[in-house]
Design a binder for this molecule. Structure first.
Ligand code: DX5
Ligand code: ZN
Length: 243
């Protein structure tokens, strides 16, 4: 989501907190805890037990937790029928809706158009094994590309370094280098992986277990943001020098 004033991508790397690993019995408090720790966004993992082998929460829960914060809500729909539920997630208060390019294709274009018509940001996500080329037909409709660095379905999984090394810079270059669209990375985001994520030109890092299991969430948020931001700036400088 570009800056509403400048229309350009935010200067620093943003941290979106996934609530998948939060105490599900106290989601409102857990979201306020993330906000107090300096989170820039709340990442909402919606799973239907069909597209992925897990079930989480739906639009009704999102509608309820919408009252807990004014932070932007990034919905990550890991469901087989995003086209059928787009309006429900828009009405629940999601600021952006990202779903997977691996779903049945006929529903993709209308769903992206529907999200943008509602004045929200539209995104597509690619699983680790899916090439970026799968997004080609939708480039002009995308505000967000969400690169998975784990197989979608669970928090706390091991980070896929090879995916980060090969796909992030390519996604940045593919999207629109100077434009408003953003690259997000999801799965295994933490201080130890922030450097490679930042180096790839990433705009938003999603982090879940690393934050809700941290001794001090605010310290961890700041570490991730600082490491990724420095790596992104250094990589951008190196690209400029290389010309
Ligand atoms: C996995 C989800 C991720 C996950 C991130 O399918 O899309 O958002 O919750 O959690 P960590 O940071 O623990 O990998
Ligand atoms: Zn996610």
């Amino acid at each position: 989501m570009s800056d509403p004033v400048t229309g350009r991508r935010p200067a620093g790397v943003l941290v979106a907190v996934s609530i998948l690993d939060a105490d599900q019995a106290a989601l409102g408090d857990e979201i306020r805890r993330a906000e107090a720790a300096g989170a820039d966004r709340i990442h909402l993992d919606v799973m239907d037990g069909h597209f992925v082998p897990n079930i989480t929460f739906g639009w009704k829960t999102i509608e309820a937790i919408r009252r807990a914060t004014t932070l932007p809500f990034d919905a990550h729909l890991m469901i087989s029928e995003p086209g059928r539920w787009t309006t429900a997630f828009l009405d629940a208060g999601c600021d952006s809706i990202t779903f997977h390019v691996e779903v049945d294709a006929p529903q993709i274009h209308p769903a992206l158009v529907r999200i943008r018509e509602a004045g929200r940001s539209a995104g597509l996500s690619v699983k680790p094994g899916t090439p970026l080329a799968a997004l080609d037909a939708y480039r002009d409709l995308l505000d967000i590309v969400l690169v998975m660095t784990v197989e979608p379905g669970f928090g706390g999984q091991a980070f896929m370094w090879d995916v980060a090394e090969t796909k992030l810079a390519a996604a940045r270059a593919w999207l629109d280098p100077a434009g408003a669209s953003e690259v997000q990375v999801d799965g295994g985001g933490r201080a130890e992986t922030a450097e490679v994520i930042g180096r790839g030109g990433t705009d938003v890092i999603v982090a879940g277990s690393a934050l809700y299991r941290a001794a001090d969430m605010a310290v961890e948020v700041e570490r991730i943001r600082a490491i990724a931001g420095a790596a992104r700036t250094a990589a951008a400088g190196a690209r400029r020098t290389a010309g």
